[in-house]
Design a binder for this molecule. Structure first.
Ligand code: BG6
Length: 467
């Protein structure tokens, strides 16, 4: 659709930014925090682990002051479960809760809406050792954790996200499973238990704080067919249903996506439902949807001859193909980042339109951004015109999606400050704020606003009228 004039961003649009606990906080073993699976992360030589990260735990007030200077309307962060309940389901750690208390207070004092993710890849190690999400007891532990969070923080935090990228944890399980990669039946049972845990938290929040809002935050992306060959179209539909829609269908409609379910039956990995699960999933309704969007993918019909899966390494955005389901394709219309992630701003508009048409709920972009090797120049600045260009082009498409009728309530680029990437350590930077450290050398840890910070500040000031 072409518009003579795109609609303006709504006046209460949540211009925000995102992070996650284990990627920024550091202080991995301080003030009573228990270990999470991420504390076992053993990166390749020359790549940092998550122990110090951006040391946000010790710089929180300074970081929030910078958020205020930037003009953020919202800050999306995650709460470290093992900081709050060190063993996952045992005693509550008052010092850990107090950190999030102070964070919520500091944000509110600066007029920044806190958006809290309850779980972002950092399962308490004690729960992991007892079977993790495949063990139904983890659902009970999450329910208790949710109650602790809502009782303590629910008076101030009114926007919650249950689980970050549940779909990535299934299709790309090495984001969260140190050591052993579970097989598909276990992964889909983990996923089912996460659906149940989210549903319980959703119902609980609605009962405890009727004025609060909660939703999931999967990684969603439009999947393109390699050509108009109908077989390619079916393959794209396969992968979009299995990778994306299934996660929003269960959250919004309370039932599995039929194509994804047929896939699970074919692969022998349908999950076991506990008593009452179906009713619970049907009863819990999200108020809004978090969408992490980075890149579209293009796929072709599978050949089903043992060659559909490529040998190259994949990650959350690099599709590998799956026997009998889809083959990874190419898209000559698009370029990629130096890390191989496709850059597709128009694809974000398509993704948002599809999500809006299917679910009819408000959408918050909970992640989108460009990972790059930024450098601190001799002039003391970080010049990142490529990030400005990337975000500008995505914001333009967000505005077109709004013009299309998508109820987009906010946009939280990844990430507020530089942080440890899930795979590429500190070299792959996403932030508006540069942190003065590298992989091995914890330099001054000074916070240095990049050029993109100044640009984004102006975008927020003009409510997106000047991009
Ligand atoms: C998302 C995750 O998949 O992508 C974040 O929710 C992650 O935790 C982000 O950092 C960017 O990915 P990466 O691998 O570049 O850190």
């Amino acid at each position: 659709m072409f518009y003579k004039e795109p609609k303006p961003f709504p006046s209460d649009f949540l211009w925000g930014a995102s992070t996650s606990s284990y990627q920024v906080e550091g202080a991995w073993n301080e003030d009573g925090k228990g270990m999470s699976v991420q504390d076992l992360h053993t990166p390749p030589a020359g790549i940092t682990d998550f122990k110090i990260a951006s040391d946000h735990y010790h710089h929180m007030e300074e970081d929030v002051a910078l958020m205020a200077e930037l003009g953020l309307k919202a800050y999306r962060f995650s709460i470290s479960w093992s900081r709050v309940i060190p063993q996952g389901d045992g005693e509550v750690n008052e010092a850990g809760l107090a950190f999030y208390d102070r964070l919520a207070d500091a944000l509110i004092a600066h007029g920044i809406t806190p958006v809290a993710t309850m779980f972002h890849f950092d399962l308490p190690l004690a729960l992991h050792e007892r079977g993790g999400w495949a063990n139904r007891a983890t659902v009970d532990a999450f329910e208790r954790y949710a109650r602790v969070l809502f009782e303590r923080l629910g008076d101030r935090i009114k926007m919650w996200l249950t689980i970050n990228e549940q779909n990535v944890m299934v299709i790309h399980p090495n984001a969260m499973n140190p050591g052993r990669l579970p097989e598909a039946p276990e992964l889909y049972q983990q996923s089912h238990n996460m659906f149940v845990a989210s549903a319980k938290a959703t119902l609980m929040l609605h009962e405890m704080w009727p004025d609060a809002k909660i939703g999931p935050a999967p990684n969603i992306t439009a999947i393109y067919p390699q050509s108009c060959d109908p077989a390619d179209v079916v393959a794209a539909d396969n992968w979009e249903s299995i990778r994306c829609w299934n996660y929003l269908d269960v959250a919004c409609f309370g039932r599995y996506n039929p194509i994804a379910w047929a896939y699970m039956e074919e692969k022998g990995c349908t999950p076991v439902f506990g008593k009452g699960d179906a009713e619970l999933l049907a009863a819990a309704k999200p108020d809004y949807l978090g969408v992490n969007y980075y890149a579209t993918a293009t796929v072709a019909a599978p050949k089903n001859d043992g060659t559909d899966r490529t040998a190259r390494a994949g990650d959350q955005q690099v599709m590998l193909g799956e026997e009998g389901v889809y083959r990874s394709g190419t898209n000559d219309h698009l370029t990629a980042t130096e890390y191989g992630w496709i850059i597709d701003p128009i694809g974000m508009r398509t993704t948002l339109r599809r999500v809006a048409s299917r679910y009819g709920l408000p959408i918050l972009i909970t992640e989108n951004g460009l990972g790059a090797r930024d450098t601190l120049e001799a002039d003391g600045h970080v010049h990142d015109p490529y990030r400005i260009d990337y975000l500008r082009r995505h914001f333009e498409q967000a505005q077109l999606a709004i013009s299309d009728g998508v109820n987009l309530i906010g946009y939280c680029p990844w990430s507020f400050m530089d942080l440890v990437s899930t795979h590429q350590g500190y070299g792959k930077r996403y932030g508006f704020v540069y942190i003065d450290r590298d992989e091995e050398d914890i330099r001054s840890m000074a916070r240095i606003p990049k050029d993109s910070f100044t640009w984004y500040k102006h975008v927020v000031e003009t409510n997106g009228a000047e991009l």
